[in-house]
Design a protein around this ligand. Structure first.
Ligand SMILES: CC(C)(COP(=O)(O)OP(=O)(O)OC[C@H]1O[C@@H](n2cnc3c(N)ncnc32)[C@H](O)[C@@H]1OP(=O)(O)O)[C@@H](O)C(=O)NCCC(=O)NCCS
Length: 423
């Protein structure tokens, strides 16, 4: 049975941060009702690759949900919203600051309507503090949560990461909070408000950088390949350094294209075997006994030379060949995988992490699969809904409205956008 079977979610989220969370909960079996503005989640039309079809931006983040459109700026739409609130276990949103309050539904009001309901909100910066009124997108959160200042090479500009830690990362945090609050509501009968700020979520994911920030008050950080010193203040950008207790770096391999790199961790336990293997090939048969690299402390001090030597060895091999040499030596390593590599990777296909789906507007397409594997409740991935595809179904099946009520609400404009005013 699906783990969250019987849990119903009123999902007002849009764009990426919230939908990431509700898609995961849907994959765990929750009935997620995507409650959309009559124009639809803006991402349906963003970065379109097939004319007239919901974009991949939308389809990849909204699987296994039902879509209803409700105009919250009409009295009838608000009445539908209230009825749904009473039938759901969770309501979630990631509107800009104050949007739900302007509709007349603060957390206090929502709680009054349904005391059991758990409410989840994602905001750029939370509901308190000097930044509370600001909107945020992914890279704004990466900039303000510490990720950008610590990503890139020391003398270059700060960089964003490709992993969407601001949006999807915050969605993951929200999912944890919602499930905890739901567990508590099941015990106590009382829901609560769960707020995750994107800036906080990014900062949480940069935890080890704040470890280093405090270490700098006591001394330098010898594992960094860039210079550090006591009292330095800010943690520097450190390229591809490992960021942990073991030394690591990306090694360029044959044929030296953009993604022909192998990330290699020179774990303390493997140095001897690694040096014994590569030393003779680079004209240093005594490398394993070389005092410059005899201890982790020496290797940290002389790491630039160590990376140069490993790079020299790797020149003759592709990343996969180099990996095949290192695997039997138990050296932790991994090729830099491009999206193309991953889309064709046997391991990934076998783990259902690249899944083919069908869609009425776009035909066959692919989604990244469910990364959380529950042994008794495997996810069954289904396509995203068309805009308003389930409006009538939800009104009748969840709310028990009859056909006459649906028709009268429709003609009152509860499910459609108000006509544009003449300019
Ligand atoms: C992402 C973000 C910047 C987008 O900003 P935006 O496009 O201006 O959207 P907002 O959420 O501020 O506003 C949504 C609007 O749609 C309207 N709307 C939403 N659902 C509606 C519905 N069912 N019926 C009628 N109107 C609706 C709201 O009333 C609001 O209009 P208003 O400003 O006139 O009140 C903003 O939502 C935000 O900061 N969210 C929190 C942080 C976040 O999640 N960011 C990451 C997104 S991946």
């Amino acid at each position: 049975m699906e783990a969250l079977k019987g849990v119903r979610i009123l999902d007002m989220t849009h764009v990426q941060a919230g939908p990431t969370c509700s898609q995961l909960l849907a994959w765990m079996g929750a009935d997620v009702i995507k409650f959309e503005n009559p124009q639809g989640d803006a991402t349906r039309g963003q970065l379109r690759d097939v004319p007239g079809a919901d974009s991949l931006y939308f389809t990849m983040l909204n699987c296994n949900k039902r879509s209803i459109t409700v105009n919250m700026k009409s009295a009838e739409g608000k009445a539908v919203f209230i009825d749904l609130l009473k039938k759901c276990d969770i309501i979630m949103e990631n509107f800009g600051p104050g949007v739900l309050d302007r509709f007349g539904f603060s957390w206090e009001k929502v709680h009054e309507i349904n005391p059991r309901i758990v409410m989840g909100s994602i905001k750029g910066f939370g509901s308190t503090g000097p930044y509370a009124e600001f909107k945020a997108y992914e890279n704004v959160a990466q900039a303000m949560g510490g990720a950008m200042s610590t990503t890139g090479i020391p003398d270059g500009p700060p960089f964003v990461t490709g992993a969407q830690i601001g949006d999807s990362g915050t969605g993951l945090h929200l999912a944890i909070g919602l499930l905890a609050a739901l567990h508590q509501a099941n015990r106590t009968g009382e829901g609560q408000y769960v707020e995750v700020a994107m800036m906080d979520g990014v900062m949480n994911l940069c935890r080890v950088k704040f470890r280093d920030h405090q270490r700098l008050t006591r001394g330098d950080m010898p594992e960094y390949s860039v210079p550090t010193y006591q009292g330095m203040g800010e943690v520097p950008r450190a390229g591809n350094d490992s960021g942990g207790g073991q030394l690591g770096n990306a090694i360029h391999c044959k044929p030296h294209g953009a993604n022909d790199w192998l990330y290699v961790v020179v774990q303390e336990a493997v140095w001897h075997a690694l040096a014994t293997r590569i030393g003779p090939d680079i004209g240093m048969p005594e490398l394993a006994a070389d005092p410059h690299f005899a201890s982790i402390g020496e290797r940290r001090k002389n790491q630039q030379l160590m990376w140069t030597l490993i790079n020299k060895f790797a020149e003759k091999y592709t990343k996969r060949e180099f990996m095949a040499i290192l695997n039997p030596l138990d050296v932790p390593c991994g090729p830099i995988m491009s999206t193309e590599d991953l889309a064709n990777d046997e391991h990934i296909r076998g783990r259902e992490m690249w899944v083919e789906l069908d869609h009425p507007q776009r035909g066959k397409w692919w989604n990244v699969g469910m990364p959380i594997k529950l042994s008794a409740s495997p996810a069954k991935i289904e396509r995203s809904p068309l805009l308003g595809e389930h409006t009538e179904e939800v009104l009748k099946e969840v709310l028990g409205y009859d056909a006459a009520k649906v028709t009268s609400l429709k003609s009152a404009g509860a499910f459609s956008a108000p006509p544009k005013k003449a300019a």
